[in-house]
Design a protein around this ligand. Structure first.
Ligand SMILES: NC(=O)C1=CN([C@@H]2O[C@H](COP(=O)(O)OP(=O)(O)OC[C@H]3O[C@@H](n4cnc5c(N)ncnc54)[C@H](O)[C@@H]3O)[C@@H](O)[C@H]2O)[C@@H](O)CC1
Ligand SMILES: [K+]
Length: 533
């Protein structure tokens, strides 16, 4: 099942470009003209009245795009200053440069010439794109620092061609940024080509790129001609780039979650048909997290949800919802007994459980070989018992935030935090794939750039930079419960984690600022309606 937009690494993008160019069907210069025309077109949409533009052109094809942009803007009345470097000889960029030189001059790409730009000029960054392999140095580093100052403190609009220069497009990290912090660029608008790259969506990428537009430059036939199955998708944001092989989420969700409404299926609404989720919570006073998870599980459409609590449950019934079943699970033996009920189809352990209780119950939960979500205290218990990591059941989802991930996978986390000195830098996608393969479970690394990876290498990215209010107490508990509900409903494990992440964030988008975690489960019916269920 595929949905979303394929994310291409820079190597994959180069391979697709080469395939198009090698056949002679799509010459490099034509691609460059299309890329430049896409950027010039979006500049004109954003600033319809011709003004002044300063175009900064680097040594490679990103710079080549810059010369095309200059020529096309000049044609429609823009006043331009073009700053450039010597080009890699024989490149398409050299041709694009010559065509610009028939119209106007090229000034040296230096801090001194940049400083002479008129104050009302928009700036176009065509210095480095996907070819960046090491940190910008010397004159260019100084110039980028000044450009950063202009964009951050003097409101100078900046349009980035493919990406802001200095950003590693495979990881979203600033090359060299960890040791010698650059003054990172903050573009107003970034126009990427054909497909989003990891760097557009991860780490510093979203803040650096500003508004991101992915322009079609006619490479789709070559993208779709590849025989290798794509394995990296953006499930949010949605880009208006179409991949015929990807089924839109609007048809995927009703098909996966529709309650017996498909043609010819009996309208059998027996509650066990939609699964039975067990959420194991902690002692009174700390049971709010498990309650949130249970609410989300029952709102996900699971037929039954049981909340298992350690102490006397008689008083708990008053806290609703009444649809929840309550059971006393005092210890591992009680959990074991409850799990003999074969109608239980998924399990969640961790939210509000308490570390000791989680460590006590975890082996029993793992032995049940049920689809399960391990979150919060269960992740801490797992981190304290690294031997257990290799014994996780199939169909297991771990939902760590950055700190929990570091405790669970210290070596991988260290690699992720190592300074990014050259491209492609180690990314959150690399880290999650490695972690998922190491523990043979789906790993959902939470953050504004959540990455969900399966042991077979498939990975999905969900970007939530637009909803900072989702980072609120209890939000992760709701996510864990929601995924458990979807697992109980028999969704495959990667899909349950990805769709859970998507629905959870969509609820936050619908609600807006002021959200508290309690609001999220209550919004799920509206989210389902929006997705056509
Ligand atoms: N290949 C094509 O035909 C197309 C490429 N396109 C553009 O081409 C870009 C990629 O072009 P290139 O591969 O030429 O690479 P770039 O233009 O991104 O970089 C230029 C060259 O700079 C060198 N370099 C890397 N890091 C450096 C550093 N820190 N300091 C100094 N030099 C450094 C590298 O040798 C690299 O090849 C894309 O981002 C996109 O803008 C578009 O025109 C679409 C078509
Ligand atoms: K650029």
């Amino acid at each position: 099942m595929l949905f979303g937009t394929e994310i291409l690494t820079t190597a994959q993008m180069r391979a697709i470009e080469s395939a198009a160019m090698d056949g002679g069907e799509l010459p490099g210069l034509t691609l460059m003209e299309r890329a430049g025309a896409a950027v010039a077109g979006h500049i004109r949409l954003q600033w319809p009245k011709p003004g002044h533009a300063t175009i900064l052109c680097g040594p490679g094809n990103n710079g080549g795009d810059g010369y095309v942009i200059a020529r096309l803007l000049a044609k429609v009345g823009w006043r331009l200053r073009v700053l450039g470097l010597d080009n890699i000889p024989g490149s398409d960029a050299g041709d694009a440069k010559r065509r610009w030189q028939e119209i106007g001059p090229i000034l040296p790409l230096t801090l001194a010439t940049l400083r002479e730009s008129p104050v009302n000029s928009i700036h176009v960054d065509a210095i480095f794109g996907t070819g960046l392999s090491r940190p910008p140095q010397d004159e260019i580093a100084v110039l980028l620092r000044h450009l950063s100052h202009l964009t951050r403190h003097e409101n100078t609009p900046l349009v980035a061609v493919d990406c802001p220069s200095g950003l590693c497009m495979d990881s979203g990290r600033w090359l060299g940024g960890d040791t010698d912090p650059p003054s990172p660029l903050a573009a107003t608008l970034t126009i990427g080509f054909d497909s989003p790259k990891p760097g557009h969506l991860l780490a510093s990428g979203p803040a650096a790129c500003g508004r991101l537009i992915i322009a079609d430059i006619g490479l789709r036939p070559w993208r779709e001609r590849r025989t290798r199955q794509a394995d990296l998708y953006a499930i949010w944001p949605r880009f208006p780039v179409h991949d015929r092989r990807a089924e839109p989420i609007r048809s995927v969700l009703p098909r996966m979650l529709g309650k017996g409404v498909a043609a010819g299926q009996p309208q059998d609404a027996h509650k066990y048909r939609y699964g039975h989720a067990l959420i194991v919570g902690g002692a009174a006073g700390q049971d709010g997290a498990a309650r949130l998870a249970a609410r989300a599980a029952i709102r996900s459409g699971a037929g039954l949800v049981t909340l298992g609590l350690p102490d006397d449950i008689t008083g708990h019934g008053r806290q609703g919802p009444d649809a929840l079943m309550l059971r006393n699970i005092g210890n591992a033996e009680a959990l074991q007994n409850l799990l003999t009920d074969r109608r239980i189809t998924a399990l969640c352990l961790g939210p509000g459980c308490g570390l000791r209780r989680a460590a006590d119950l975890l082996p029993t939960a793992m032995n049940a070989r049920l689809p399960c979500v391990l979150d919060a205290d269960a992740l801490s218990a797992l981190a304290q018992n690294p031997d257990w990591v290799g014994q996780l059941p199939d169909h297991c989802v771990l939902t760590p935030h950055e700190g929990e991930f570091a405790r669970l996978f210290p070596d991988i986390s260290r690699r992720m935090k190592k300074p990014a000195r050259h491209g492609p830098a180690y990314s959150r996608i690399d880290a999650v794939r490695e972690a998922a393969s190491h523990c043979n479970a789906v790993v959902l690394l939470k953050g504004p750039d959540s990455v969900i990876g399966a042991p077979d290498g498939r990975a999905w990215v969900h970007s939530a930079f637009d909803i900072p209010w989702l980072a609120t107490a209890g939000s992760g508990d709701v996510l864990a419960g929601l995924i458990t509900g979807l697992l109980a409903r028999d969704l495959p494990v990667l899909e349950a984690a990805g769709i859970g992440c998507l629905l959870h964030a969509y609820a936050a988008r619908l609600f807006g600022p002021g959200l508290i975690a309690d609001d999220l489960p209550e919004l799920l019916p509206r989210v389902y309606r929006e997705f056509g269920l």
